[in-house]
Design a protein around this ligand. Structure first.
Ligand code: NAD
Ligand code: ZN
Length: 268
């Protein structure tokens, strides 16, 4: 806390009060929450994304053109994704759910780190890395089934047991639409929420970057924690340009203090 600017300390206090007094707060996260866990975001296109430009390699068009190229990239990235552990930012969000401050998380991440940290109500609008679908007959495979298959057949792209068509991870690629349930659910809860806490997203990937607009248009407020500015900073109640792994645990600490103050007042 001591390395923070006074303005940041004030923003943490204000954000905590806003969340504590909310009726239906939700969280929207992006790749920035997982960078501390060793998974690079798409900003700066450093490291792995310099080699595999996400908009090119991660599009459905290039997948369909050459699935084996996509799978070679996936094999290289998979260990980082599968072995990543949650960081203090994820654990803080898990605490917010346990404290019943937030009612749900909408995440663009596919890494399952929110669930690993202990969150239960998580809408994964871009899918996750634990299921694989056949592009021919829609047969579905678990991660374990796929790993066994890759070991046995050593074939890229892995082909469906039933129809032979290529398998694709159940993640939303550029050019694909969101899964229906998650799409409508996230719009619904964004409209319903009186406070949306946005953490670690550049708010540049459509259609997720429009979700906060539903909250704003229904009179809700947004709080942004991100280490660079976003297009919604001007419309946000509070903006904290700092690391999620630093700020979110401080917000939880502050909420616990407010809660204790509140409880001691109501008991006296
Ligand atoms: N972990 C993952 O699952 C993962 C990783 C890379 C990309 N993606 C996918 O890529 C798309 C990218 O959109 P996006 O908005 O999620 O990410 P993004 O890469 O566009 O933006 C991430 C934002 O977080 C900020 N940031 C990075 N580290 C931070 C930190 N420690 N604290 C605070 N801010 C930090 C960056 O400056 C950037 O503004 C999404 O569709 C997502 O599904 C997911
Ligand atoms: Zn099939």
């Amino acid at each position: 806390m001591d390395t923070l600017q006074p303005i940041e300390k004030e923003s943490i206090r204000n954000a905590s009060e806003l969340l504590f007094n909310s009726k239906y707060a939700i969280v929207l996260t992006g790749a920035g929450i997982s960078t501390e866990s060793g998974i690079p975001d798409f900003r700066g296109e450093s490291g792995i994304w310099k080699k595999y430009k996400p908009k090119i390699y991660g599009s459905i068009q290039s997948f369909l053109k050459d699935p084996s190229k996509f799978w070679k990239m996936a094999e290289e990235i998979a260990p980082t994704l599968f072995n990543a552990e949650p960081n203090p930012g994820h654990y803080a969000i898990a605490d917010l759910e346990k404290l019943n401050i937030i009612k749900a998380i909408i995440t663009q991440n596919i890494d399952e780190l929110h669930q690993k940290a202990g969150n239960v109500i998580v809408y994964e609008v871009h899918g996750n890395i634990n299921r694989f679908t056949c592009l021919g007959c829609r047969a579905s495979y678990t991660k374990e089934q796929l790993l066994r298959k890759l070991k046995k057949e050593k074939n890229l792209p892995p082909g469906c047991n039933y129809c032979g068509a290529p398998l694709k991870p159940s993640v939303v690629l550029f050019g694909e639409s969101l899964p229906n349930f998650e799409k409508y659910m996230s719009i619904d809860i964004a409209k319903k929420s009186d406070v949306m806490l946005i953490a670690g997203s550049s708010l540049t990937v459509t259609p997720v970057c429009d979700l906060p607009l539903y909250t704003l248009s229904e009179g809700g407020k947004i709080i942004i924690v991100n280490d660079e500015p976003t297009y919604l900073d001007e419309r946000a109640e509070i903006v904290i340009n700092n690391k999620t792994e630093t700020i979110l645990p401080l917000i939880v600490e502050e909420i616990k203090k407010i809660k204790a103050e509140h409880e001691s007042k109501t008991h006296n």
